[in-house]
Design a protein around this ligand. Structure first.
Ligand SMILES: [Zn+2]
Length: 289
């Protein structure tokens, strides 16, 4: 996940998502795959880009009626006619299958000033179901009036802020790998150790959310991409150990920890208690499939 994808995952979870985004970056393919994945997640029946539901399958096949990719004929220009026909007018028609209608505009920096002016009103007053992703290598290609209506997200591979590959994430994975054998003193220090490696309690719980989601994917043998592929073997082990009720209990533990943190509970203690609960679940794991 890059930072833009994390943004959409968090926004979708909170149910707070804007109407118009600029995904900015040099890698056009990465921009497009990020927008497509975000669109899939937003329209997913489970809200997770599960890869299994009808909406996800349509999105993955490129045939989702509510995900529209705007194209242009001339390689260097996205004309006002193209923007009008494919976006400005089309967006007035309600979604076909889902609650939203999502437009992806690759090469949006090639919109000439007329095209940008044509899209302006839609950006100012989009229909409630409308969602627009403009993809471009550089935000400076847009008129200030257009830019001011967009939430700009930088989109890069190997995002340095990437938690999954940061020192804190490495430490957390290491801890989880021997969690069953970890002693209470180690778990009491865990939050402080993770913080020293740049991972605050909120980020620990965020990464745990990705991991437990991956655990569900593995346990359900669903055909979906993992958020943290580096932890696949670890989670496959957990999936063997934990029964379904125990797997669900690990989720409850995570949600309770999140609620405590939001209520300003002691962050270190919250992480410690969560890890203790997870350890107990793994120690007593009763799965027998
Ligand atoms: Zn889905």
């Amino acid at each position: 996940m890059n930072s833009a994808e994390r943004y959409f995952a968090a926004a979708a979870e909170r149910g707070e998502l804007g109407h118009a985004f600029l995904l900015e970056g040099e890698d056009a393919q990465l921009l497009e795959s990020t927008a497509r994945h975000a669109a899939q997640r937003i329209l997913c029946e489970k809200g997770t880009a599960c890869g299994v539901c009808e909406s996800c399958r349509a999105a993955l096949s490129g045939n989702h009626p509510d995900i529209i990719t705007v194209t242009h004929e001339k390689p260097d220009t996205l004309s006002v006619g193209e923007i009008r026909a494919q976006l400005v007018e089309d967006i007035e028609i309600r979604p076909y299958r889902t609650e939203r209608k999502i437009y992806i505009v690759p090469d949006a920096g090639k919109m000439n000033p007329q095209a940008q002016n044509a899209i302006l009103k839609t950006l100012e007053e989009p229909p409630v179901y409308g969602l627009i992703f403009l993809l471009a290598d550089n935000r400076n290609r847009f008129l200030p009036t257009v830019l001011s209506r967009l939430v700009t997200l930088r989109c890069e591979e190997d995002d340095p802020a990437e938690e999954e590959t940061g020192a804190g994430a490495e430490r957390l994975l290491m801890l989880l790998r021997h969690l069953r054998a970890a002693d209470a003193a180690e778990l009491a220090h865990a939050a402080a150790d993770l913080k020293a490696d740049g991972m605050a309690a909120e980020e620990v719980l965020e990464m745990m959310t990705y991991l437990l989601r991956d655990l569900l994917v593995i346990k359900a043998e669903a055909n979906a991409a993992l958020h943290v592929p580096a932890a696949e073997d670890l989670l496959a082990g957990w999936a063997k150990t934990l029964s379904w009720p125990e797997t669900n209990e690990s989720w409850s533990a995570l949600q309770e920890a999140g609620a405590k943190l939001k209520a300003n509970g002691n962050a270190d203690v919250t992480i410690e208690l969560f890890l203790l609960r997870l350890r107990e679940l793994l120690r007593k794991g009763t799965n027998s499939d």
